[in-house]
Design a protein around this ligand. Structure first.
Ligand SMILES: NC(=O)c1ccc[n+]([C@@H]2O[C@H](COP(=O)([O-])OP(=O)(O)OC[C@H]3O[C@@H](n4cnc5c(N)ncnc54)[C@H](O)[C@@H]3O)[C@@H](O)[C@H]2O)c1
Length: 429
């Protein structure tokens, strides 16, 4: 247990004490579960697990989205990340943060300590490898969850997410995933029109996440293998799932949403052409996958992280009577029922929290768990196909694959990097 509070237990600033006392007072009036489903004026106490760029952003979006929401506990693998995040939150939304030494935790077990705090909801913002375990702990403890995408890196993790989502449903807990396009006005309108038949029967589609390079963290003296990989997590398949899973899941999720199903088969290719140095771990830098959906519908998916090339992050859904185009800020339809979205565009990163919290307060909990598990599995299946060079069936990947990328133990120490996959040689697991 690597807990900051164990060093300075009981040291709480006067300001923190006043805030915490107020929060505890409020909680005491509204016991247990009643607080979770009572009127909209009730205070919602939130814990943040994984305090990096997105976790911190999600915490801000969460408290800004709705009245009477407060961040009361935080956990991260590293003290410096937690400190940076708390400083940012104190700067941006100070009156909505009452985290104390006693409610901030670091280490691999920090998630357990946050979940054990008096929180109603947790935000899960770590690298995706950790999501299934953290999600399970949160649901078992009866917490509502906002979890960033993707939600796993392998089929074993996906099966765990689906089981925890089912448990959340039984317990009446709300689950929202960080696929913000599902809460974005122009996507919602284009989907409404697709589903009412404006482009006719869907016959195919394309989706892309082609971009330049992202941040990379070179190894520092004194970092163990495990520390380096966790800090430079994008580039290790066991942590990120590779960029097809980490980023392209957004576009694949849109395709699954439009078609109303997950694919039944994937056949893909990819490689590691440009980013070949050790700082890029073992992931690929490009993928192209053909997904087959029910009724013979085929969708081409591409993703690339290479500087100096064409950029494209968008989706097209092709129907018998027209086609749609969507990207982060545009949505239109070409064909017999042409249309262009020109309405309001509320910030979807805030809207997803507003929708989640409203669903909790109205006692009608959203549960996006199975849906995001299937979209993440769509991306994982594409990666498995590209890594091995084999065509894959959904049923096999979802139900029979034993692929589990977990390290032997969660400890700062040696952790050799698995060699990058070689299509035609790497075996399906
Ligand atoms: N929805 C979106 O548009 C969007 C955008 C960016 C990132 N994301 C997702 O958010 C997640 C985090 O990405 P990020 O950009 O914030 O990365 P980041 O590296 O900035 O943050 C990750 C944080 O998790 C911490 N962490 C790592 N392992 C941990 C563990 N076992 N327990 C507790 N904390 C741990 C790290 O120390 C770090 O502070 C990823 O799943 C990513 O795909 C989503």
């Amino acid at each position: 247990m690597n807990k900051k509070a164990s060093e300075e237990k009981g040291k709480v600033s006067r300001r923190d004490f006043i805030k915490t006392s107020a929060a505890v007072g409020m909680a005491a009036v509204l016991p247990g579960k009643e607080r979770l489903f009572a009127a909209g004026s009730d205070r919602l106490r939130v814990g943040l697990i994984g305090c990096g760029g997105r976790g911190t952003g999600a915490a801000e979006d969460c408290v800004k989205s709705s009245e009477n929401v407060e961040i009361v506990a935080m956990g991260d693998l590293f003290q410096d990340s937690l400190d940076r995040s708390l400083a940012e939150l104190s700067r941006e939304v100070d009156d909505k943060v009452s985290v104390t030494e006693d409610t901030s935790f670091v280490g691999f077990d920090a998630f357990e300590e946050v979940v054990a705090c008096d929180v109603d909801m947790v935000i899960l913002g770590t690298p995706p490898h950790f999501r299934p375990e953290h999600f399970k702990a949160a649901v078992e403890a009866g917490k509502h969850v906002f979890m960033e995408k993707p939600v796993a890196v392998d089929p074993v993790g996906i099966r765990s997410i689906i089981a925890s989502s089912e448990l959340a449903k039984q317990k009446g807990l709300a689950i929202v995933a960080g696929t913000q396009r599902r809460h974005q006005a122009h996507y919602l309108e284009i989907m409404r029109r697709i589903h009412r038949g404006d482009i006719g029967e869907i016959v195919g589609g394309q989706c892309y996440w082609n971009m330049g390079e992202l941040w990379v963290k070179k190894r520092q003296p004194g970092w163990s293998d495990m520390e380096w990989q966790c800090r430079n997590w994008l580039y290790f398949t066991w942590l990120s799932g590779d960029h097809i899973v980490e980023q392209h899941v957004h576009n694949l999720d849109i395709i699954n949403w439009a078609i109303g199903a997950h694919p039944i088969q994937a056949m893909g290719m990819g490689g590691r052409e440009v980013r070949t140095g050790p700082e890029y771990g073992n992931i690929f830098d490009h993928f192209a996958i053909e997904y087959e959906y029910p009724n013979g519908v085929r969708v081409m998916s591409m993703c690339r992280q290479t500087a100096g090339c064409n950029n494209q992050v968008s989706e097209r859904v092709v129907g018998a009577k027209g086609q749609t185009y969507t990207d982060g800020s545009n949505g239109f339809i070409e064909g017999q029922k042409a249309y262009k979205y020109e309405g309001e565009s509320p910030n979807p990163y805030v809207q997803e929290h507003a929708d989640l919290i409203a669903s909790i307060r109205e006692g009608k909990p959203l549960n996006e768990g199975k849906r995001i598990a299937e979209s993440t599995m769509t991306a994982i299946m594409g990666r498995m196909s590209a890594y091995t060079g084999r065509a894959l069936k959904w049923d096999w990947a979802m139900n029979a694959s034993k692929l589990d990328l977990s390290p032997p133990k969660y400890e700062f120490g040696d952790l050799p990097v698995r060699p990058a996959a070689v299509p035609g040689k790497t075996k399906l697991e």
